[in-house]
Design a protein around this ligand. Sequence first.
Ligand code: NAD
Length: 332
Amino acid sequence: MKTAIILGGGGFIGGHLAKKLKSEGYHVKIADIKNHEYFQHSEICHEYINADLRDAKNVEMIITEGTDEVYQLAADMGGAGYIFTGINDANVMHNSALININVVYEAVRKGVKKIFYSSSACIYPDYNQTDPANPNCEESSAYPANPDSEYGWEKLFSERLFLAFNRNYNLNVRIARFHNIFGPQGTWCGGKEKSPAAMLRKVAEAVDGGQIEVWGDGSQTRSFLYIDDCIEAILKFMESEFHGPVNIGSEKMVTINELAEMAIKISGKSIKINNINGQEFFSKYGFQCPVGVKGRKSNNSLFKAKIGWQVNPDLYEGMKKTYSWIDSLVNK
Ligand code: NAD
């Protein structure tokens, strides 16, 4: 039986990944600082350890000798409201860097056979994402570096950390840069949620004939990948010999207002979009509107070339499935 350890398996992507690996016959161990809020632990793993991975002693205990696969997904993260306001910068950098430093060290010591690291599209430089219609997120465009958030800088540092451990200690790494993964069993409220979940929640909460608030002027573009496609891409990547970094995301770009319109259409309600920006936003929330870069989408050429497979995302279907889940929580 193959063994997998999922660090951060109490979170959105880690929970889904654990469930998939368990269903494929792996012995799955999860370590997370919190319980999974939406999955029963027995549904997704054989062993669930509550531990803070910033503590090296915990990581030493969790990563066991000769583990086949480790998936490092634990990070202090959230959507725009969490990582772009600046108020969580110190924690984001400190917490995630500590976890990654502990994990690579212990993975080498214990002879882990393969390790996956989840980086982010947030590492891409600001200057290539100023045109909403034509952002450049090719893997090779990461340098000269200039991410637009400290979250992105930490991810870039940790990519380099994993790569250095690969070069100096033969750690068999797989590094992926996720672009906006969404779906059920993910954070949907509380301030750490990302735009699809935030949009779907607002729509689920709104009354027919009402309105929803959308941050920014709505013209900023992004691409979104449904969780099942993301999990499939991770597994294909792990099977390959390529170390990365490589993008895992969708190439289909939409504006944030188009995403909001899609959410409204799925709900079947008549809802108006209220774009809130600038001084109006500042007066209401006390910080600048955290919209991030003007445009961003995945570029999957390298994934196709190196792994010989590509995702085939259907944003509308993914949004529909996520809406049913969020709606069932909002209007239970
Ligand atoms: P998530 O927040 O749902 O999961 C992260 C998990 O890490 C959480 O369960 C959290 O409790 C755990 N964690 C945080 N600090 C910890 C600590 N000190 N000790 C133990 N556990 C700790 O996020 P997610 O969406 O599942 O993302 C997983 C990974 O993918 C993260 O590294 C994230 O940065 C990266 N990523 C995600 C996206 C996305 O769109 N979801 C995009 C880019 C990158």
